[in-house]
Design a protein around this ligand. Structure first.
Ligand SMILES: [Zn+2]
Length: 348
């Protein structure tokens, strides 16, 4: 049997030393779990007798979002060094190694706006992020389709894309549930999110170019973008704040089931998009402080933004701001306005 060839099980460091590509590698762990390195930042684990879940964990789609990168690197290391024994098939993706090295959100373009084929639209595959988005789609497709086990057990697909937000948030952790085209929201997924200490969920009503929407819509995966807190430099994350998510992710990959509480909507803050405000002119201006937290709401009628002669005011009770950014390109979304909602009528 070949020795595990990744020094100290530190796959992140190996990937960051080879951000533009890593030669494929294939080896077994002492418990006969198969490990395959497909590329820089792409590592696939298959236990000999896997459970019914095919799980993708991704991080570093935005290169400066360090906490999820540290969480995934630690998990991979524990698997490679035998401290954790895997139960489920697992693909771990470090989304953008070049941007992680640069300590920036992106090199040329926001990687999380390039999925579901958006990488090849317009100017086409003109930069590293566009090529990476296309490659990541290929790795996810390969992972979900290339399954050694032939039992007739129905398989369930998951993709959790872990992020941290640029700004603070009234609710520190929150998840974005991609548009399901009218299919019911999944109770079991809310229960898993709660086990991860995530009880604020934004329910989307339109398709998106994000990684989680791609996995959900193209592969029928239960998929989420999960925001775990505010961006901090490497080594400056208070890992205590991530204890629950680290524990839940370990259980997810090493056990048949994660320990959860029965779903109770009253324990969640659920929002849906009320409107997206797009920047129309160079005069676009936000009328609140730069450091305002995500999910902040203001009284009815409060002026939120102006764009040339257009004024945007609070129109609905409880309407809250997320992801405001006046610096986007003209035509792009400058902020999202959300309102409280319920899933009671469409959940299974
Ligand atoms: Zn992000």
């Amino acid at each position: 049997m070949t020795q595990q060839p990744i020094a100290n099980g530190d796959f992140l460091t190996l990937s960051l030393q080879h951000p533009d590509g890593l030669a494929p590698m294939h080896f077994n762990l002492p418990d006969n779990t198969t490990v395959s390195v497909w590329d820089s930042g792409v590592i696939c684990f298959e236990p000999q007798q896997p459970g019914s879940k095919d799980i993708v964990l991704s991080c570093g789609v935005h290169g400066n979002e360090t906490a999820p990168i540290e969480i995934c690197a630690e998990l991979v290391q524990e698997l490679l060094t035998g401290q954790l024994v895997l139960k489920q098939r697992l693909l771990v993706l470090f989304g953008n190694p070049a941007a992680i090295n640069a300590g920036t959100r992106e090199i040329n373009e926001n990687l999380n706006r390039l999925f579901s084929g958006h990488h090849s639209m317009g100017a086409g595959l003109i930069n590293a992020e566009r090529k990476r988005a296309k490659a990541l789609e290929g790795y996810v497709s390969r992972f979900y389709s290339e399954i050694r086990v032939t039992d007739a057990v129905p398989r369930n697909r998951y993709l959790y894309d872990l992020h941290t937000a640029i700004r603070g948030s009234r609710f520190e952790k929150f998840a974005v549930y991609p548009f399901l085209h009218g299919k019911p929201w999944q109770k079991a997924e809310f229960e898993f999110l709660q086990a991860c200490d995530v009880t604020t969920v934004l329910l989307m009503q339109t398709p998106a170019s994000t990684f989680s929407y791609y996995a959900s819509n193209s592969h029928g995966a239960d998929a989420f973008t999960i925001e775990l807190g505010k961006v901090q430099p490497f080594g400056q994350n208070d890992m205590q704040r991530f204890t629950k998510v680290r524990t839940a992710l370990r259980q997810l990959v090493t056990a048949d089931n994660v320990q959860t509480q029965p779903f109770d909507e009253r324990q969640f803050q659920l929002y849906q998009v009320y409107r997206a405000i797009n920047k129309q002119t160079q005069e676009f201006k936000l009328h609140f402080a730069d450091d305002v937290e995500n999910f902040t709401s203001y009284p009815l009628g409060t002026l939120l933004a102006t764009d040339g002669d257009t004024e945007y005011r609070v129109e609905r009770e409880g309407e809250a701001i997320i992801f405001p950014n006046a610096k986007v390109a003209i035509g792009q979304r400058a902020m999202l306005m959300v309102v409280p909602t319920s899933v009671a009528s469409n959940i299974s």
